[in-house]
Design a protein around this ligand. Structure first.
Ligand code: SF4
Ligand code: SF4
Length: 106
């Protein structure tokens, strides 16, 4: 598995040299391409920690879930707000479910 970056949503975190997703990836797998969009350098090295998914302010990064968890083609995105993360599960048939997790971030 790996993450997928939607280039039409990614704005490169403005002109930041170190966008949020790049800063949090423990594997140093993310970087910007010449068009100021984020790309994943080596997808096979991604271990699906979801740190970048939670951190992206544009909701431009999504994870593909294992077949056993969500069915083939299901994906997960996140919207992080003060004190909570709203997870969006998109199922193979296109329907969506939302899960809210409270965090200790203030
Ligand atoms: S955090 Fe999101 S918007 Fe910012 S560079 Fe990464 S993918 Fe693009
Ligand atoms: S899911 Fe984790 S390891 Fe994979 S690219 Fe995102 S931050 Fe890096």
């Amino acid at each position: 598995m790996t993450v997928r970056i939607n280039k039409s949503l990614c704005n490169g975190c403005g002109n930041s040299v170190e966008p949020k997703c790049v800063m949090v990836c423990p594997g140093d797998l993310l970087c910007k391409d010449p068009s100021n969009r984020c790309v994943i350098r080596d997808p096979k090295d991604c271990w699906d920690c979801a740190a970048c998914v939670k951190e992206c302010p544009q909701q431009a990064i999504e994870m593909t879930l294992p077949v056993q968890i969500g069915g083939r083609g299901s994906t997960l995105k996140a919207k992080t707000e003060k004190g909570r993360i709203i997870w969006q599960l998109t199922k193979p048939d296109g329907s969506k479910e939302f899960f809210e997790v409270h965090t200790r971030n203030t």
